[in-house]
Design a protein around this ligand. Sequence first.
Ligand SMILES: CC(C)(COP(=O)(O)OP(=O)(O)OC[C@H]1O[C@@H](n2cnc3c(N)ncnc32)[C@H](O)[C@@H]1OP(=O)(O)O)[C@@H](O)C(=O)NCCC(=O)NCCS
Length: 231
Amino acid sequence: MANDEYAYEIIDNEKDARLCAQLIAEEFTSRHPITLFDRLTTRSFFDDHSWPLLTDVFDEKLSFLARERSSGEIIGTIIAGDLYLNREKYPYDTSHPPRALPLSDLYDELIDRFVRSDFNQELKPNTILHILVIAVRGDHTGNGVATRLHEVLCEQARNSKGFRYAFVRATNPIVQHIYVNKMNGRQLTSIDPATWRWKKQTDRLVYPYRNYNDEVIANILIKLISDNETE
Ligand SMILES: CC(C)(COP(=O)(O)OP(=O)(O)OC[C@H]1O[C@@H](n2cnc3c(N)ncnc32)[C@H](O)[C@@H]1OP(=O)(O)O)[C@@H](O)C(=O)NCCC(=O)NCCS
């Protein structure tokens, strides 16, 4: 379990936000299986993925960092926002052109499947917390930091805004373990990247992750408020 070694804080200023986006870019491009497969550079991951992602949800104040107390260094971060706002801003549309990275379209498809079939209820504000990214520095892994970041995030989302569920696409066995075994999450639709067809490439059959042989990517739903706490 995490102990007093680390402090957990809401990301509330641009300097910390940039350091968190940089941390995500470095950890994903060095250790995250499908990002390694895509051979993204840390710079492009920061510019095209982690920084835009973080700036998008920054004002919602639902993203956290973990700081090592002794050094003051940021060693972990979790980025999250309201799924309702995300879908308002980026509605799923099969007629949109393909994105630069196939994984972005695979993710969009999984979110759409979650909304249309896994959850199958009208999305409302402050109902489903969308956990977008979690990353912890390699030399601090196994200390319970990711687990604790999820706990503080879910506590804040539930207590300050009344979120009832958390939704995440888990792409890594470690986080699948955290969501399913430690947070009682339920695994829903999953996609095996190796057999996923890039449907937005309509002119031909494209399987961009055909040679990827790591884990499936799974939608997971976690209840933040138990049934007997509602209404
Ligand atoms: C995944 C990541 C966030 C985990 O952070 P962490 O702080 O080390 O995680 P924690 O210490 O809180 O928990 C790790 C848990 O996973 C377990 N675990 C470790 N390796 C595992 C594996 N290969 N398969 C399943 N579970 C595993 C640990 O035993 C521990 O569980 P326990 O407390 O029940 O013993 C971190 O390794 C990381 O940043 N990886 C790169 C980026 C990434 O993949 N992010 C997730 C994208 S979905």
